[in-house]
Unconditional design. Structure first.
Length: 382
């Protein structure tokens, strides 16, 4: 049998150019049936960025269905079609970056680009307008008997085909970024889930910019075997959203908040240093670290509690974005939980993981649940 054939229809728009922008894309099979729809609001950006984003997301959706498929991309953007076909040069840096992302999703030899009139691209256009109207950061719909890349691998094994247990094309890369320094970080105080929480200091903003530069290098000069980061998810606390915004500006990506990624709740320990906590509650801070299950006074959380809310958030990212890299911007205990779960070590040992402000840690997770720890606590000024 030959390769499966998929059709990607993609479109993006900006009301003002630049202005409020969104993208829409869908994947069809040979018979024209829609297998997947994706759309999202991008904030303030240009038509070209929105159109290229639609292409990247559409190819990612096609790769999730079958990474070996031959893909026919149909767009009403002459610019994107001609540039991706290699007939026109790509001069703008944002366009070059997005074009590189598109080429990294599926082997360019598997992809053909076709220009179509706007009237023939109405489905993708409607999705882009839905995103701009609703301002939903991410709209994901799957239909019919969709075979994901992980399921396709299982089917190959059942037929006695080649066993590729660690096929990198189906792994999701999680780039975990701790927020930059705040006034509480500087004095060694515990800063928990209280909203909005402290903002970044001037040093913290510099650290966030450096972290953004490091994350932008993922898949390029740093960790060249990994996909470029194509999505950003962040804790809604101010120090994390400020850090994530620096990444978004550097990468040209929208930031989606997820409350499950907030920091641990420290209860009555909030804003106190370790010495201050020990003076008021002798021995309880050590017990909190050593047990992984004890709870701070005043309604706080244990390390295990944090892991129990972080795990499903990360699992959803892994399921939704195979073959992609997602930046997850958050906090010390939250990132320790993610790494501890990946390393399969108990919560009582998570406190041994050192994470400087604005540091970067990287995991790769396969659909089967296998995990590879690529890096832990890499300083942002590396």
């Amino acid at each position: 049998m030959g390769r499966r054939h998929l059709v990607v229809e993609a479109d993006g728009g900006s009301r003002g150019n630049p202005g409020p922008a969104g993208y829409g894309t869908l994947v069809r099979d040979d018979d024209g049936a829609v297998l997947a729809e994706r759309a999202g609001y991008l904030g303030e950006t240009t038509n070209n960025v929105a159109e290229y984003t639609a292409l990247v997301v559409g190819l990612t959706a096609a790769a999730a269905i079958d990474p070996a498929a031959v893909v026919d991309v149909r767009m009403d953007s002459k610019l994107v079609v001609e540039q991706m076909s290699g007939r026109w040069k790509i001069k703008h840096e944002d366009m070059r970056r997005l074009a590189e992302q598109a080429r990294s999703v599926i082997d360019p030899a598997q992809v053909r680009y076709t220009w179509i009139p706007r009237a023939e691209n109405s489905a993708a256009d409607a999705l882009a307008n839905e995103a701009m109207d609703t301002r939903e950061a991410e709209i994901v719909r799957d239909f019919g008997d969709v075979v994901t890349s992980g399921q396709a691998e299982g089917a190959r094994r059942a037929r006695g085909g080649p066993r590729r247990r660690l096929d990198p094309s189906v792994a999701t890369t999680l780039v975990l970024v701790r927020h930059g320094e705040t006034a509480l970080t500087e004095r060694g105080a515990y800063s928990g889930a209280v909203a909005p929480g402290p903002a970044l200091t001037s040093t913290g903003r510099i650290q966030a910019a450096r972290a953004a530069d490091l994350v932008q290098r993922v898949g390029r000069k740093a960790w060249g075997d990994l996909p470029f980061v194509s999505r950003i998810v962040a804790s809604p606390l101010e120090r994390a959203t400020e850090t994530a915004a620096a990444l978004g500006r550097r990468l040209g990506l929208h930031v989606r908040p997820d409350a499950r990624l907030r920091e641990c709740a420290f209860g009555d320990w909030e804003s106190l240093t370790a010495d201050e906590i020990d003076a008021r509650w002798p021995g309880e801070l050590a017990e909190w670290y050593e047990s992984g299950t004890s709870v701070p006074p005043g309604g706080g959380e244990s390390a295990r509690d944090v892991g129990e809310r972080v795990a499903p958030a990360l699992a959803e990212l892994v399921a939704a974005h195979p073959g992609s890299s997602v930046a997850v911007v958050g906090h010390t205990i939250q990132i320790r939980a993610a790494l501890g779960l990946a390393l399969d070590v108990p919560p009582s040992r998570w406190g041994t993981i050192r994470l400087p402000p604005a540091s970067v840690s990287i995991l790769r997770v396969w659909p089967e649940g296998l995990t590879e720890v690529v890096a832990i606590g890499v300083p942002s000024d590396l």
